[in-house]
Design a protein around this ligand. Structure first.
Ligand code: COI
Length: 357
């Protein structure tokens, strides 16, 4: 691989690390971060690793006003024999560039960013937690920085990568979550930004999320933006249903996020010869399957959440309790296998894992 020159300034102090068994999600950050800048006419420049620190931006920086911002989420693991592993990182870099394209942000050099990420993790390797269910969450992101109030693509950007040792995303951990079906608000519409990982998608999801949480539900199940009939995603995850022995997940339709975990689960199921289909699926069909006792399991998939079993849906004042609110066998097997591949304790027949050397 080409050698990239990345300037490195090490921190003179080291922060205290949290206890591995007391980690939540995304509140603690490591000692260093990666940055590079984009200027029109010059391209991306000055890739550098620096001590983790606040950044200064002009109050007119366009990201504050028009939300031109994209991000990714991936994870790193430390094996028992001290090897550092990443899970399918090239997919995240590709998706970052797809999001960039949708948000009119200049393309990044995926190989440079991956090389920088590897250096950053190597420097902060002591931060990778090892307790079961923990990992080092990696958040690459890009913001527009030009100080300008006109609505147009910014002429300058900053790319950053920050690292956070994490435990489980939901307080429930691997235990089933309760989900409210959202019938008023929508997450995305065809032609919108649903397939991009951009900040605005998450800002617009908060209202529904808050209302669901007041009723005791962890997340919402999003329906399509046109007919509010077809299932799209759940909270910040893709969603799968096991109905009468077959696993179904909504087909990528232009408004659903193309999850790396989603793709990995489909491949795992195919590998095990378990029938799996990507297709349009309506909430009515789920209800029918439930009424006929055919809805066996449901689970969300995502980098942050991994596999999150769903124990209950709330729809039209009715509770649909799945598998007695318990984690299903398939969800558990998928969780164990996927996390095993990710942390190096299970064989990786797909060549998904990349070692940081
Ligand atoms: C991830 O799964 O990495 C995500 O980006 C979801 C996030 C919004 C927590």
């Amino acid at each position: 691989m080409k050698d990239y020159i990345i300037d490195i300034t090490l921190s003179s102090t080291k922060k205290q690390k949290p206890q591995s068994d007391q980690l939540g999600f995304g509140r603690v950050f490591t000692d260093h971060m990666f940055m590079m800048d984009y200027t029109e006419g010059k391209g991306w420049h000055d890739p550098r690793i620096v001590p983790y620190q606040p950044i200064t931006l002009d109050p007119a920086a366009m990201v504050f006003h028009y939300g031109q911002s994209v991000f990714e989420g991936l994870k790193s693991y430390l094996t028992k024999d001290e090897r550092i592993l990443l899970f399918r990182p090239e997919r995240n870099m590709q998706r970052l560039n797809l999001s960039n394209d949708r948000l009119c942000i200049p393309q990044i050099d995926e190989k440079l960013v991956l090389a920088a990420l590897k250096q950053l993790i190597t420097i902060d390797r002591d931060w990778i937690p090892t307790a079961e269910g923990t990992s080092l969450y990696i958040r690459p992101f890009i913001i527009s920085t030009e100080p300008y109030l006109g609505v147009s693509p910014s002429k300058s950007y900053r790319f950053m990568i920050i690292l956070s040792p994490v435990g489980s995303y939901y307080k429930e951990g691997i235990h089933p979550v309760k989900i409210a079906v959202e019938s008023e608000f929508v997450r995305a519409v065809l032609g919108g930004t649903g397939t991009a990982k951009t900040a605005g998608n998450y800002a617009s999801s908060l209202k529904a999320q808050e209302e669901a949480s007041e009723k005791g539900y962890s997340q919402v199940l999003w329906l399509d933006g046109l007919e509010k009939k077809y299932i799209e995603e759940v909270g910040s995850m893709n969603v799968f249903f096991k109905i009468n022995g077959e696993v179904i997940t909504p087909a990528l339709n232009g408004s659903i996020l193309e999850g790396v975990t989603r793709n990995s689960i489909i491949q795992l199921l195919e590998h095990w010869d378990i029938p799996v289909v990507e297709r349009k699926i309506s909430i009515d069909e789920i209800y029918q399957a439930y009424s006929n006792n055919l809805l066996e399991e449901a689970f969300g998939t995502g980098t942050a959440a991994v596999i999150s079993p769903i124990g209950e849906f709330f729809w039209r004042d009715e509770k649909l309790v799945i598998n007695n609110g318990q984690t299903g066998q398939l969800s558990k097997k998928l969780y164990d296998t996927l996390t095993g591949i990710q942390n190096g304790t299970e064989p990786d027949p797909f060549g998904w894992v990349v070692e940081v050397k």
